[in-house]
Design a protein around this ligand. Structure first.
Ligand code: ADP
Ligand code: MG
Length: 664
């Protein structure tokens, strides 16, 4: 702060705050002007006006995601209440970028600029720039097939090729066509007064502008897919990055920590006095905490950010000079023959490796430490396989069916999934009661399942629970199953205490009843405390701490519960509770999840009934020790072994009996 500013402090205590704000504003304005994309604003807008489909490729950090929507706003694309929608492959990107852009525009988040993700919507009727996940935009199309409020839709990070992005790319092609045909058709055919009214209304749906943005250099696939659409390249900024490999192969993550400390001790002697400020960015973090990684390090500290592949291209953290790349990425893989989806750490592709190291050179020369040998780099695949080729398709196929696309085999995918994966998904949806025998959408169940923002298995569980009077319990269960670990792993000295506490919640039936108990008890506590609205969070945190429950997870589960409860109520379901009649609830659980059962074998391992795979009960399950004969499970994960998580024991007799009942 200058001496003048300090002088003013004495006269008017408000000034320094104001001047701090204006300094920040000025800094932001300068930063925006310095971005590579700033110099081509006029050209970009002209191209958008000229072309209905435009592909924009640019180095990560050049300003595509934060700036282009603002350019479009300034050029009038949001007049008349229209919106620019920007789809992101992940929640974190949608949230952090929207917050940043709101700050750049000097507006409150949720007004002109907002984000909308599955369980958190900050937008309002005056929102013009809407950042959202690709999955959410797909859902909006279920309600408004012409996406009529959008003048422009930007599919961002298209190179990531998430399954939702791929489906969006096809869907938007169709929406764009429908919107232009819709208008022309009306002009020609209108005769009566009524129809002229229709024309006027129809004309209000202007053509849709489509922008596909990508960080990779290969714009060709997108251009070809959209019939030779124009592609523009935005020049990025890249300083040299020294690449260092390890001499010996590294096998564990301890190496990551060691490398970070070595960097501090040896390689950066001049700066070695700085302390380390460890930060992480991952999707389970509450949205107000996500932004901490973007703040500059306090004086005397060096930020060390632990990030998932979210920091490859979707978000750019300013000030990164050193990148440590363990060479792995968590990726979904799916084996349609076994019907099994797993989330494993697998080797990255070369494209991902280059994106990672690129971050070290955005603001000056940097270094990248690859925790593997150079010869291993040479062996990596060039690019990552699109997710649509390696995931369970039942969710997207259900959505496509609900959107009116009946011919899935003939659907215009940019990369076609395998026939067997499609067949498998159709069969699964049929078994779940979402599709009829001839693979049409079952009414109303299929429609309801498509509208719920959940895995079809969970949606079906809610539909069944609605019929058996335990919807309240199933809503809680599904919410609890949708978050990361409910129990918190304390430091060693508290483990014994935590175990006692966990035993208190543990149900002999399994994890589902245990979670239900945790949720209910926390609710009872809140009711007993009778906290004010503003204190609920604090009361809940205290209860969680005392009970070794992960408060972030529980809070998240409560949010999800509220959201899906709203969803089912909108569909006309009446949320009733079975109270203490746990048998009703257990039957409903078994009927919902009978497809994913496993049976104990002689040697104490389990065999998954559908896939025949040998699996083990995960140590975090309350059934880890009791090992019942038959269980169903909601999660399969592979680390050193294949583990099943979130399980409940099945009494084979009554589950068969119940099955018989539902058949009636
Ligand atoms: P692109 O989409 O081309 O990768 P972005 O628009 O995401 O680029 O980012 C442009 C610039 O804005 C980058 O230099 C980045 O460091 C900065 N930036 C993005 N988000 C934030 C944030 N939340 N706080 C501070 N700077 C940010
Ligand atoms: Mg971007």
């Amino acid at each position: 702060m200058t001496s003048t500013a300090q002088g003013e402090l004495k006269q008017n205590p408000k000034t320094p705050v104001a001047s701090r704000f204006s300094m920040r504003r000025q800094k932001i304005a300068e930063h925006r002007k310095s971005l590579p994309i700033a110099s081509v604003e006029k050209r970009l807008i002209e191209e958008v006006q000229k072309n209905d489909i435009l592909i924009i490729v640019g180095e990560t950090g050049s300003g595509k995601t934060t700036q282009l929507p603002q350019f479009l706003f300034n050029a009038g694309f949001c007049r008349g209440g229209k919106m620019v929608g920007i789809s992101q492959p992940s929640c974190i990107a949608a949230v952090t970028v929207a917050k940043r852009v709101a700050e750049e525009c000097d507006v409150q988040l949720g007004q002109r600029v907002g984000y909308s993700i599955m369980f958190d919507d900050t937008t309002c009727s005056s929102t013009s720039l809407k950042y959202m996940t690709d999955a959410l935009l797909l859902r909006e199309a279920l309600v408004d097939p012409l996406l009529s409020r959008y003048s422009v839709i930007i599919v961002d990070e298209a190179h990531e090729r998430t399954v939702h992005t791929d489906v969006l790319l096809a869907l938007l092609k169709k929406v764009q066509l429908d919107r232009s045909i819709g208008n022309k058709g009306l002009e020609v055919e209108a005769k009566t007064n009524d129809e002229i009214g229709g024309v006027l209304r129809g004309c209000q749906i202007s053509p849709l502008k489509l922008i596909i943005m990508s960080a990779s250099l290969d714009a060709r696939v997108f251009s070809e897919y959209y019939g030779g659409a124009k592609a523009l390249h935005v020049q990025g900024r890249q300083f040299t990055v020294d690449i260092l490999y390890t001499v010996h192969p590294v096998t564990d993550y301890a190496a990551l920590v060691i490398t970070i400390f070595q960097m501090r001790l040896n390689l950066l002697k001049d700066l070695s006095k700085r302390k380390i400020l460890p930060l992480a960015i991952f999707s389970a973090l509450p949205s107000d905490q996500l932004m901490r990684v973007f703040a500059p390090a306090p004086i005397g500290f060096r930020k060390v950010v632990l990030a998932t592949n979210i920091a490859e291209t979707s978000i750019t953290i300013p000030g990164i000079r050193y990148v440590v790349d363990p060479g792995r990425v968590k990726a979904r893989t799916y084996d349609p023959s076994k019907g099994m989806e797993t989330l494993d750490a697998v080797p990255t592709s070369k494209a991902q490796v280059l994106q990672r190291s690129g971050h070290a050179g955005r603001e000056g020369p940097g270094k990248c430490f690859r925790l593997y040998r150079q010869r291993e780099f040479e062996k990596l695949e060039d690019s990552t396989k699109p997710e649509i080729k390696r995931c369970n398709l039942s969710n997207v196929i259900l959505q496509l069916k609900a959107l009116g696309y009946d011919d899935i085999f003939g659907f215009d995918f940019i990369d076609k999934p395998s026939r067997s994966a499609i067949v498998k998904a159709l069969a699964e949806l049929h078994l779940l009661g979402a599709l009829t025998d001839d693979c049409k959408l079952e009414k109303p169940a299929g429609d309801q399942m498509a509208r719920l923002p959940l895995d079809p298995v969970y949606s079906r569980a809610l539909i069944l629970a609605n019929q058996s009077n335990c919807l309240e319990e199933m809503l809680i269960t599904v919410a609890m199953l949708s978050v990361e670990s409910i129990f918190y792993d304390p430091p060693r000295e508290k483990r014994e205490e935590a175990r006692t506490s966990r035993n208190h919640f543990a149900s002999v039936e399994g994890d589902h009843l245990t979670y239900l108990g945790v949720y209910r008890e926390s609710n009872e506590f809140l009711e007993a405390e009778n906290s004010e609205e503003a204190e609920v969070d604090q009361t809940l945190r205290k209860w969680c701490k005392d009970n070794f429950v992960n408060s972030r997870s529980l809070k998240h589960a409560r949010d999800i519960y509220r959201k899906i409860r709203g969803n089912v109520e909108q569909m006309g379901f009446n949320v009733s509770s079975c109270g203490n009649d746990m048998l009703e609830y257990r039957r409903c659980l078994a009927a919902s999840f009978f497809l994913i059962a496993a049976q104990r074998q002689m040697d104490g391992t389990y065999r998954a009934l559908e896939s025949g795979e040998i699996v083990h009960i995960h140590p975090t399950s309350v059934l880890f020790r009791s090992k019942p004969e038959c269980v169903f499970f909601n999660e399969l994960m592979q680390t050193s072994k294949k583990y099943i998580k979130n399980l409940t024991r099945i009494d084979p007799v009554w589950s068969a009996h119940h099955h018989y009942n539902t058949e009636e």
